[in-house]
Ligand binder design. Structure first.
Ligand SMILES: *Cc1c(COP(=O)(O)O)cnc(C)c1O
Length: 358
């Protein structure tokens, strides 16, 4: 399938934001987008890059009522040598197909979408910010489009990709966040849709997130939905705790999103010879370690922030400090190492980075 390209008229081009320090996250979108249609007769067809514009959808279309949707989030980087790099993007596409299967949506040809994604990024190359820490955010999305109000899986779908420049996650530097361990709300339960990157999980998280914000915390740490005991994840990040010399992250039990950054951190820690475990970690064990002074660091991992150090956490009426409220040495080292690979400052021993402009 060849990808048809309709370029935006010169006179319709949007101004590219000129100040990288003001970019923020998810506010700017470039001049073009990629679209691909699905119906049972033709299956996936009509791949095209067109000028960025609102979609025309029937108000009865199924995604708007029952949330049959999956998405991804990844970035393109302007390297120190001027090259354009993608980081493990095939893992994102494979995960999107796994999410699609869970949500009864048709899987797509990862080769075709990989090609479309590279083509769109290169067409929008001028939109990739030059400042380290900034990047072109890539948002693939898939929605059920049938105009029908019965509850069942849709039969027609739209796949699309939009892109836009995003700022460094830490405009004032790499500062630790405070997190609220939610004892009242849960994000996902085993057997549910927690391991799919799908809209419903985020809708489910909004109330707890709002409560945490009201109490002065940046993010919610979710515990498991059955016993309210085991660490799951934080906002849109997976979690690591360093207790003594062991770095611990939750196993992929089905209610946790299998993060690409989580997987990268696991591989790096193993390569560094650091003790690392994927095991169930009860909040009581974290609290006990904090009280004993053996909780050295805690950090979240995700594409947007890469590594997000935790300075303190609140649980059942008490606040516990982590790493003296500062960024711990392991968090710092991981952050610098991953960025160096993404921006081509250091060799990539893992084969994670692909330069796409050659
Ligand atoms: C996307 C996401 C992550 C992080 O995944 P990455 O692939 O590392 O970006 C973690 N948790 C949730 C709930 C997410 O949506």
């Amino acid at each position: 399938m060849s990808i048809q390209v309709t370029r935006v008229d010169e006179s319709q081009r949007k101004p590219i934001p000129s100040d990288d320090a003001q970019l923020g996250f998810g506010r700017h979108f470039s001049d073009h987008m990629f679209l691909l249609d699905y119906n049972p007769q033709q299956e996936w067809h009509h791949p095209r890059i067109v000028p960025y514009a609102p979609l025309s959808l029937d108000p009865a279309c199924m995604v708007l009522h029952y949330g049959q949707e999956v998405f991804e989030g990844l970035k393109a980087y302007h390297g120190v040598d001027g090259g354009v790099r993608l980081f493990r993007y095939r893992d994102n596409l494979a995960r999107m197909n796994r999410s699609a299967r869970r949500m009864c949506m048709p899987t797509f040809d990862e080769e075709l979408v990989a090609q479309a994604l590279r083509q769109l990024v290169l067409l929008e190359r001028a939109w990739i910010p030059r400042t380290e820490g900034c990047a072109l955010y890539i948002r693939p999305n898939m929605i059920g489009t049938d105009p029908f109000l019965g509850v069942r899986s849709a039969s027609s779908f739209l796949f699309y990709i939009i892109v836009g420049p995003v700022g460094a996650y830490y405009p004032e530097g790499f500062n630790p966040v405070s997190i609220y361990v939610s004892s009242e709300h849960v994000r996902a339960v085993r057997g549910g849709i927690g391991e799919a990157k799908t809209a419903g999980n985020y809708a489910a998280s909004l109330y707890g997130q709002m409560e945490a914000k009201k109490k002065g915390y940046t993010q919610v740490l979710w515990l498991d939905g059955i016993e309210h005991r085991y660490i799951e994840e934080v906002g849109t990040m997976n979690m690591f705790f360093v207790i003594g010399d062991e770095a611990i992250t939750s196993p992929l039990t089905g209610s946790i999103l299998p993060g690409v950054t989580r997987d990268s951190v696991l591989a790096i820690l193993k390569a560094w010879g650091h003790k690392v475990s994927e095991r169930q970690l009860a909040i009581d064990e974290v609290v006990a370690a904090a009280e004993k002074g053996t909780l050295r660091e805690a950090f979240g991992t995700g594409t947007a922030a890469v590594i997000s150090p935790v300075g303190n956490f609140f649980h059942k009426g008490k606040t516990y400090r982590v790493a003296d409220g500062k960024t711990g040495p392991l968090s710092q080292k991981l952050y610098e190492h991953i960025l160096a690979i993404q921006y081509g400052k250091e060799p990539d021993p893992y084969g994670w980075v692909e330069r796409i402009d050659l």
